[in-house]
Design a protein around this ligand. Structure first.
Ligand code: SF4
Length: 316
C-alpha cells in the first residue's frame, strides 16, 4: 500500500476544504471498498479525510412527507429502520440482499452508492483496464464476460455497477444531496448521478472533485407491492448476475429498475407503460439496444423470467 496522510474532519466545510488543500485527497467513511482498493494500489490517495465524525448519521422525516437519510447511516441501520421497512420496503430488501452482515454494519449510504465495479480485470493490476489506467485497454472485452454489462457499455468498458441499494434508490426516485468544494450545495436526482462509460470509464458519477454526499432523500411513499429479486451464482455474499427492483400498484402500473446489467442502475420509464401487458412487453422495451457477449447473452431471457416472477409475486 502507498503511504498516505490522514485527518478527521470536524465539520462538512472542513472536509471539503481538505480536498482542495491537499492534492489527491479522498473521503473515507466505512472503507469497505476503498481500503481493499488501496491495498491493491488501485486507489492511491495521498490523503484520507475521515468523515465518520460528521453528523450525517440520522434518518429524519422530510418536510414533503419523504425521508432524509444521512450519508453516514449504515446499511444495517437503514434496512432495519421501521419507516423504511413500512414505506420503502424495496430499499430494505435490496440492502439485505447485498454484501454480508458484517459489511452492512460498516458500509454507509453514500459509500454504497459510490462503490466501484467488481470487474475482475479492474482488480487485477497485471491486466489492462481503461477504468483503472485510462488508455490502457479493456481486458474484459474478449475475456471472461459472464458478469459484465449488456446495456449502455462502450468499446472502452463493459463493467457493471455492483450496488443493490442503488437499484432500489433509482426505482424510488431518490435525490442525492451534496456539498461542493466551493461551499455550494446541490441536489442531484439519482437518475443523473451515474454516467455511462463512454470513452472515459474512469469517471463514474457526475460529482465534481471534492464534492461530498451529505444525504439521500426519498420522496413521499408511493405504496404498491415492492419487490427486489436478485439472481446470483450463490445464495449470499455475491453480486447480482441480474436483479429486478419493482414497485407494482394494484392497477398493474408501476416502476422497474435493473441491476447487474449496466454501468449504472438501469431504468427506462417508457418501458413501465408496458407493465399491464406483462414481462415480455416490458423486457422488450427495457432491453432495447442490448449488446450482450456470447458469455452473458443468458442475461436477456433471465431478466424477462425474473421480471415475470416478480410480477406474479406482486399479483399474489
Ligand atoms: Fe476495466 Fe471496464 Fe474493461 Fe473491466 S470492463 S477491464 S473495469 S475497462
Amino acid at each position: 500500500m502507498k503511504s498516505f496522510t490522514y485527518e478527521r474532519a470536524a465539520s462538512p466545510a472542513e472536509a471539503v476544504a481538505a480536498t482542495t488543500r491537499v492534492q489527491d485527497a479522498k473521503f473515507i467513511a466505512g472503507g469497505t471498498n476503498l481500503l481493499d482498493l488501496m491495498k491493491l494500489e488501485i486507489e492511491t490517495p495521498a490523503h484520507l479525510v475521515d468523515v465518520n465524525g460528521l453528523a450525517f448519521d440520522k434518518i429524519e422525516a422530510a418536510p414533503d412527507g419523504g425521508l432524509r437519510i444521512g450519508a453516514l447511516v449504515r446499511n444495517t441501520d437503514l434496512a432495519a429502520d421501521a419507516r423504511v421497512r413500512r414505506d420503502y420496503p424495496l430499499l430494505t430488501r435490496a440492502l439485505v440482499a447485498g454484501a454480508s452482515g458484517q459489511l452492512r454494519n460498516k458500509a454507509t449510504t453514500a459509500g454504497n452508492l459510490l462503490q466501484r465495479t467488481r470487474c475482475p480485470y479492474f482488480y487485477d493490476t497485471d491486466q489492462p483496464c481503461n477504468k483503472r489506467r485510462p488508455g490502457s485497454g479493456c481486458a474484459a472485452i474478449g475475456g471472461f464476460t459472464r458478469n459484465h454489462a449488456i446495456l449502455g457499455a462502450s468499446e472502452a468498458c463493459i463493467a457493471t455497477h455492483p450496488s443493490d441499494m442503488a437499484v432500489a434508490m433509482r426505482a424510488l426516485d431518490a435525490t442525492v444531496e451534496t456539498l461542493r468544494a466551493d461551499g455550494a450545495v446541490r441536489s442531484i436526482p439519482i437518475a443523473e448521478l451515474y454516467r455511462l462509460p463512454g470513452e472515459t470509464p474512469q469517471f463514474e458519477t457526475t460529482l465534481t472533485p471534492g464534492e461530498l454526499i451529505t444525504a439521500v432523500t426519498l420522496p413521499k411513499p408511493i405504496g404498491g407491492t415492492q419487490i427486489y429479486r436478485k439472481v446470483r451464482d450463490r445464495a449470499s455474499y455475491a453480486f447480482a448476475l441480474v436483479s429486478v427492483g419493482a414497485i407494482i400498484q394494484r392497477d398493474g402500473s408501476g416502476r422497474v429498475a435493473l441491476g447487474g446489467v449496466a454501468h449504472k442502475p438501469w431504468r427506462v420509464e417508457a418501458a413501465e407503460a408496458e407493465l399491464p401487458r406483462g414481462a415480455r412487453a416490458v423486457s422488450a422495451r427495457l432491453l432495447a439496444g442490448a449488446s450482450p457477449t456470447r458469455q452473458n447473452a443468458f442475461k436477456l431471457p433471465l431478466i424477462e423470467r425474473t421480471l415475470a416472477a416478480v410480477l406474479a409475486e406482486a399479483r399474489g
